[in-house]
Write a protein that binds this ligand. Sequence first.
Ligand SMILES: *Cc1c(COP(=O)(O)O)cnc(C)c1O
Length: 315
Amino acid sequence: MNAHEFRRRGKEMVDYVADYLEGIEGRQVYPDVEPGYLRPLLPTAAPQEPETFEDIIKDVEKIIMPGVTHWHSPFFFAYFPTASSYPALLADMLCGAIGCIGFSWAASPACTELETVMMDWLGKMLQLPAVFLAGEAGEGGGVIQGSASEATLVTLLAARTKVTRCLQAASPGLTQATIMEKLVAYASDQAHSSVERAGLIGGVKLKAIPSDGKFAMRASALQEALERDKAEGLIPFFVVATLGTTSCCSFDNLLEVGPICREEDVWLHVDAAYAGSAFICPEFRHLLNGVEYADSFNFNPHKWLLVNFDCSAMW
Ligand SMILES: *Cc1c(COP(=O)(O)O)cnc(C)c1O
């Protein structure tokens, strides 16, 4: 495809996308296919000869769309909302064109700096404490992760490294394996399944704290678990508090859990993946009170802030 054809196909694609979104309520929300439906409909190996763009687009309607769950249908009520907007679709197109990899400032200065500034904007909209922001010195600040699951894993690994180094500094003979065996992370029994998975990948125990009558993690249950585990010689090092659980949008009590984590020198990660965007509204900001105790905080603009998957904001 050359630039000439790209201009033509690009405009056709914009029309296809606009038609799709304008007519989405006419499509069946959940596909009528059985697992494995796709493989028999496709060649067993990549074709040797090219196909026309028309034929490929025909396959989208014939083969792909029948297997799509239409998350943006007004009749979609599963899981949680996922965001999409026309400006975000256009931005994705521009990103594809620039196609830069932003692993360092020099790899693309605009990429690195725009991320830093936008994360500060978002942090200010949420009224995060100033220590979370990069500010003019450009130190610290937030980073974009692909998903909240990644944010939880990254913070768990950071907390694991921090506690390991700290314990090894105090007793140089301690091996990493000895320490890892004893590390325990905690989350409420309402936490997202990605928290349990982060524990599995991180190779540490993860214990579920029983939530109260309002599905919230409270001080007493957390304190009880910490005391019991410390008495058994285990090392509590990481707590995930959820603000807006996926199953019922319950809120862990951050103002109770935060001080305990600080007292016990345990890393507190706050997962507000789904509800986080709501804290921009002054009338909901109080639900974020206690974030000043957190070592890390995360929410998903791709859930409720008009940004297409994937964009998870982590400080
Ligand atoms: C949706 C959700 C997640 C997972 O988000 P991903 O970005 O899909 O990884 C984690 N925690 C909570 C509370 C969620 O609602």
